[in-house]
Ligand binder design. Structure first.
Ligand code: CP
Ligand code: NVA
Length: 329
């Protein structure tokens, strides 16, 4: 496995291995310092970023390397150089290429041309690194358990919900997605995740009723109503359609009393989530943001060293049998 473009590029074992590795880096951040000594990782952001950029830059530093972060205006991409030529060139300098683009096909194009690992830092369709942080955060909040737990995603079907569905399916969660009609997740991504959820003993449901979706949930998740690249002309209509899907303390009352609240951030108080929920005691959004660092660290380390190949052919949920190269303490 060379690249991470979407969560379902991983087997369930590889997914769990990355969570375990991230937990180990969280305890011992400098465990692999020197892995990237004298080496660079190139980060390309075709859209703004706070968490993804800063967490990957920090992870590269913790591996002893140098992050080189660039945008379209700084590269010849902005003057028409092809993505493939850029990927060929970056492959001659760097150990990995982390990219945030609009079209998911552009990320695939780059991965196809690059000879180094390419990591999707968010496209319009997928956000795999976010989903790893999401599931690590849930695992911590739920005392180490993922399989069998109930998660509700309420809001617009988008990149974050797609990756969450793929991750939840691999972890055996019971995930219910509630969107207004017309805002459903991509059908193919949903169908593949539905099959994986079934195989892993979990489930995936789609509905248009936010209260029913949250009923008895152990966690509630939402994301922005307008994603980067969404048509700004439709903003007013999206707000009208999505207002019944706002996560409020009233909605949270339908979840279990110990339910936690997640959001990939950036959040918009008073839009997809009320301020009292986002800033309240159930919110674990900053643990989630911190976990972007540890999971990004794990992804970089695993792809650069080839650690994931050990888990690729192993049947589901046996990742714990694989000796990790780090000690937990
Ligand atoms: N959650 C997330 O990807 O945030 P940024 O856009 O700030 O990187
Ligand atoms: N769905 C959001 C996620 C931002 C991290 C977007 O694509 O803008």
């Amino acid at each position: 496995m060379k690249d991470l473009l979407q969560t379902s590029d991983l087997t369930p074992d590889q997914f769990h291995l990355l969570l375990d590795l991230a937990a180990q880096f969280k305890k011992n951040p400098m465990a692999e310092y020197g892995l990237l000594s004298g080496k660079t990782v190139v980060l390309y952001f075709g859209k703004p970023s706070t968490r993804t950029r800063l967490s990957f830059e920090t992870a590269v530093a913790r591996l002893g390397g140098i992050p080189s972060t660039v945008g379209p205006k700084e590269l010849q991409i902005g003057r028409g150089e092809t993505l493939e030529d850029t990927a060929h060139v970056v492959s001659r300098y760097a150990e990995a290429f982390v990219i945030r683009t609009h079209a998911h096909d552009d990320a695939k194009l780059v991965a196809g041309a690059a000879t180094i690992p390419v990591i999707n830092a968010l496209t319009d369709t997928h956000h795999p690194c976010q989903s790893l942080a999401d599931l690590l955060t849930l695992k911590e909040a739920w005392g180490g358990t993922l399989a069998g737990k109930q998660l509700a995603y309420v809001g617009a079907g988008n990149n974050v919900s797609h990756s969450l569905m793929e991750a939840g399916a691999m972890a055996g969660l019971h995930l219910t997605v509630a969107t207004p009609p017309g805002y459903e997740p991509d059908e193919t991504i949903f169908a593949n995740a539905w099959n994986m959820a079934k195989k892993m003993g979990g489930s995936l449901n789609l509905m248009h009723d936010p209260i029913a979706a949250v009923q008895g949930a152990d966690a509630v998740y939402t994301d922005a109503w307008v994603s980067m690249g969404d048509d700004e002309q439709t903003r007013a209509q999206r707000f009208a359609d999505l207002t019944p899907f706002r996560v409020t303390s009233q909605l949270m009352q339908h979840a279990t009393p110990s339910a936690v609240f997640l959001h990939c951030l950036p959040a918009h108080r008073g839009e997809e989530v009320s301020a009292d929920v986002l800033d309240g005691p159930k919110s674990i959004v900053f643990d989630q943001a911190e976990n972007r660092l540890h999971t990004g660290h794990a992804v970089l380390s695993a792809l650069i060293t080839g650690k994931l190949s050990a888990a690729s052919g192993v049947s589901a949920h046996t990742a714990k049998a694989i000796a990790l190269p780090l000690s937990a303490d």
